[in-house]
Write a protein of this length. Sequence first.
Length: 307
Amino acid sequence: MAFLDYYKVLGLDKTATQDDIKKAYRKLARKYHPDLNPNDEEAKKKFQEINEANEVLTDPDKRKKYDQYGENWKHGEEYERAQQQYHKQSHSRGRTGTQNPFEGFDFDYSGNYDTGEYSDFFEELFGSRFGAGQRRAYRGQDYQAELELTLLQAASSHQQTFTVNGKNIRITVPAGVEDGQKIRLKGQGGEGAQGGPKGDLYITFRVKEDPRFQRKGADLYAKIDIDLYTALLGGEAIVDTLDGKIKVKIKPETQNETKVRLKGKGFPLYKQEGKFGDLYGEIHVKLPTNLTDEQKKLIQQLADISK
């Protein structure tokens, strides 16, 4: 049974701090997690070694024993018996000093070991020999997914089904979700290891831009095109809203880029049923083109009168 260098497994040396160990473990566990490497036996073996290394090196007692015996792990029992005998003899004789209790001790130990979810090395050093206790359960991998919505879809609560890792997931999309907003579905991630809980599924919403509206929070912004004559004399304009087209009154002599507020015609507030933002329309006056000679004559007369 080969000795496992847990420091080497995590790419560390023996002076590594607990923070160093945690960072190295998280990085490697993500890389070799079985959910990300299906049917890859090498990745599975590497993942097992990474978990073992983390379990040993983050436990002060296990790390101490591991550092003490090192490559002489097979002789742990002999070391302990020799050490106990030495201390017993020293106490009875009143001896003190720093003599090596293992000096001249002849080790010749070999054996066959059963395999398990942990390596034989781990089982022998921390299981049958030192009583490691229960095996650690590992939480499943968290999944990340994106769900693309149109602005109109994001404006109303609805159910939607999509596929993550071959599994169909049906969720209710709440009205008012923002672009980039993330929700968590507990227990919808990867399977846990050794009885551990499932991971979670994180869904990020991507709301596509709409050619008619610009969204800022729960407020919408749009352009309202009117002709020159409506701007001068007043009248009505047709405005797009999420509920369809509506008519808006235009006051006489309305200036270009005038703002019009349509209260409650904006976007629904997230998880606040019945509440909406506002729609702000900006007036854009379109000048006439392809004027006839008579139209040009009348405009000239208007210009002469205005001087």
